[in-house]
Design a protein around this ligand. Structure first.
Ligand SMILES: [Zn+2]
Length: 360
């Protein structure tokens, strides 16, 4: 089967493809349905999980797609490929493989990066029993990021203000202020929410119910798109302990970038998934990388995100404008180019094999 056939054009076919490939692989398939929401064609939404290999293993590799909804087209294609290419036949006896498909199924189906509550899952893993992180840097920019109108004077003034901020403070400071994570603006970008999301609760169930209780060493590859050079996958290690970051370098090689050190194409973030997994399974040795694939220039991606958040802040929008913004989101976060898809799948498969060697 050509690699491009692993990749789907909508959530419903991606989910079906994953489920049928998983059942052919003979794995244990578990689905968690998202209550109260459906997709654009009325389809049910949910997270699909398959476990392959030794159910009493000491080590496990978890590969996650669709943490950021619309980014799931790429991750789903890679997961389907791993199943179709029978990766599980290469599993060492001591390692099991868990694939989590469409962790944010609502965003995947509706072409949004955020979930059904406007929440960015990879900012939602804060400890909500403690005071929320500061949103001051984002607050200074919010009115410009999501202006009152998208085609008129307010947008032009907002763009000029953002450009002026970037020139005065530098682009890394602008990126950090926008994308670091904020907890005050539910209609804004990179909003982490004020309570644990449904997807975060389901991930906790996967860790408790699907991941074998015998696992002491866990590798996670969380698949993302949107940042970096087109077709290149940057492995970004997110670990709170130096040993976890050093292990990622040993497994994956010198092109691993450290999120906490500010080395990555991503800004430093708060409330990331790695913190949630560390809290859920504190006894486990965790090696967590986000694998981030570039598609479009960063300003195109930011413009698509601003348009998407503007769109969802309106009570009524011309259907043609809505369709055009959804098309912008699709173009910013997934590519139908077979060359891009082959690069993404090849890089992902390479990192999966490196992880299995590290874990085995
Ligand atoms: Zn992402």
């Amino acid at each position: 089967m050509p690699i491009s056939e692993y990749f789907s054009r909508d959530y419903a076919s991606a989910s079906q493809r994953f489920q049928s490939a998983a059942s052919r692989a003979g794995g244990t398939l578990i689905s968690y349905g998202l209550p109260g929401h459906t997709g654009p064609s009325g389809e049910a939404l949910g997270i699909d999980v398959v476990r392959l290999g030794n159910a009493q293993s000491q080590s496990a590799l978890l590969v996650i797609s669709g943490t950021h909804g619309v980014e799931g087209f790429a991750g789903s294609g890679c997961q389907v490929g791993l199943l179709e290419d029978r990766l599980y036949e290469a599993l060492p006896e001591s390692v099991c493989l868990v694939l989590v498909h469409a962790l944010n199924p609502y965003g995947f189906a509706w072409l949004r990066r955020v979930n059904e509550d406007g929440v960015d899952l990879n900012r939602n893993f804060v400890d909500f029993s403690r005071p929320l992180p500061s949103s001051a840097a984002y607050e200074a920019l919010h009115e410009w990021l999501v202006p009152a109108d998208w085609e008129g004077e307010a947008r032009r003034a907002a763009d000029a203000a953002l450009i002026a901020f970037g020139e005065a403070q530098g682009m890394p400071a602008l990126q950090a202020a926008i994308s670091g994570g904020q907890y005050t603006r539910p209609v804004g970008l990179f909003y982490g929410g004020t309570r644990e999301s449904w997807s975060a609760r389901m991930l906790a169930r996967v860790l408790a119910e699907v991941l074998p209780g015998t696992v002491r060493r866990l590798g996670v590859i969380d698949l993302h798109t949107g940042l970096g050079a087109a077709g290149y996958g940057e492995p970004i290690v997110d670990g709170s302990r130096p040993a976890d970051r050093e292990r990622a370098l040993r497994w994956y090689g010198a092109d691993v970038k450290d999120l906490s050190a500010g080395e990555s194409i991503s800004a430093r973030l708060v409330g990331t998934m790695a913190r949630g997994i560390e809290r859920a399974r504190p006894q486990v040795e965790l090696t967590f990388v986000g694998l981030e694939f570039g598609i479009r220039p960063i300003m195109d991606v930011l413009t698509a995100l601003r348009a998407d958040h503007w769109l969802h802040a309106q009570s009524t929008v011309d259907p043609a404008v809505r369709a055009s913004i959804q098309q912008q989101m699709r173009a910013a976060f997934c590519s139908a180019s077979p060359a891009w898809q082959a690069a993404v799948y090849g890089r992902t498969a390479d990192l999966v094999f490196r992880a299995l060697r590290g874990l085995g």
